[in-house]
Design a protein around this ligand. Sequence first.
Ligand SMILES: C[S@@+](CC[C@H](N)C(=O)[O-])C[C@H]1O[C@@H](n2cnc3c(N)ncnc32)[C@H](O)[C@@H]1O
Ligand code: SF4
Length: 438
Amino acid sequence: MSANCFPELGPERMFVEARLDVLLAAHQRRLLEDHLRRRLEKQSPKAGLSIVYDITHACNLRCLGCCVSAQYFRPGRDHPAALLKPSTAQVLKVLQKIRDYLDAHPDTPFFLNFGGGEIFMRPDMFELLEEASHLFGPDSVGFDTNGTLITAEEVARVAPQVSYIGISLDGLADYHNRWRGPSSIPLPVNGSRDPADSFQHTVAFIRRALEIPEVADRLEVTTVVTRHNLDQIPDLMRFLKRIGVRKYSIHRTMLVGRFADPSLVPDGPAYLRLFVAVLEANQELGLDVHLHHSLESIYATLLLGHDTYAADKLGYPDRRSSLGIGPTGEVYFDPWCMVPPWTMLSGGSLLDDGVTLGDIIHQNGGGMLEMARAYCSRHVRCLGCPQPCSGGSRIAAAADYLARNGGLSPNRVTENHLLAGLAQVDPACPLYWSGAVT
Ligand SMILES: C[S@@+](CC[C@H](N)C(=O)[O-])C[C@H]1O[C@@H](n2cnc3c(N)ncnc32)[C@H](O)[C@@H]1O
Ligand code: SF4
């Protein structure tokens, strides 16, 4: 037991230590602790506002587990109005309202990540990135893409306007292509030839992009893990290292949108095994690697005693959490709420005239901030678990609760089910599978 951080162990802490002793060999625990310490050192101590803004739910791929159930379109062939929903003017209106909020709350550290759908389905995407960069500064803007619709040269053009470029790669070729579904990719993009082979397209894009220093500095490859690709992650990391990738992160798998099969979601032991395997592989690779913050924050509390309630953050004990804004301008206390039934948790739409982001976030007795504070508070989240942990992901906890109660289907779920779910235990927590907090 490495109990140096906990000179006086109370019964709760002793229980956690005993649990960790069963799960981790001493050298594995050291590896995890060193990684988590480095990650904590990198975090800004200040409160902040972070937003994921989905500016389309249209996409040229059909990922089996897409969290926003993106609607499939063939770029260049279908011209649906959906591609420009919201309109350029509506996106600019939302961006301006965010700017107004920041002007009213000066010195709030801020980050805006454009998501989707596939943002490069939008013909106005370059204009939107330029405007966002102008409003918030390049250090505060980023985006996620599947890397199949844009060339490395085009990304080089927008690189100075952003500080984060996330590219999805969900495994080695077979898995990635199966998961990402039959695709529609205009030829030739980045020199690749087979429109059904999205792995080849995305990898060709990454290789070319890494040759451009301004892009390489900002590029991070991201993976969604399921029970079917967990074991290939170390090999995927070796492949990424070989092609020159420097930053790599592993998403938390969320049982939302098209991801409707609970048996594919890794459980707590599987995530912990993955975490150890990733760090062991990384000893030789030296990538800048991390797991989703909701997992790392649980481990940081349990292994290091890190108190996620210690700093004053915008409604969240875990300062890496974000708000979500969907294509209709609705604001959510978590970016995983962009599709039904989670959309019931909307705090209001920024496309409505007269509604400000400040109204939605701060409104007394029912604003976004109150809701986030209430459900992340220590005596509510994870059924009141006494650990000083932010409780991982509230949406993961609620989705697990709905699945266990046979109610994932949007038309069977009520707001009360969702709210009851938000108070449940995050299923990835090591204390959960021991039965300690159920
Ligand atoms: C919804 S996508 C939008 C951006 C782009 N189309 C892409 O796939 O990268 C944003 C991120 O969420 C990830 N994602 C998709 N479905 C997910 C799920 N069910 N759970 C967790 N992450 C998911 C994607 O892999 C991607 O990294
Ligand atoms: S995860 Fe991304 S690439 Fe896949 S369908 Fe959803 S939006 Fe499209």
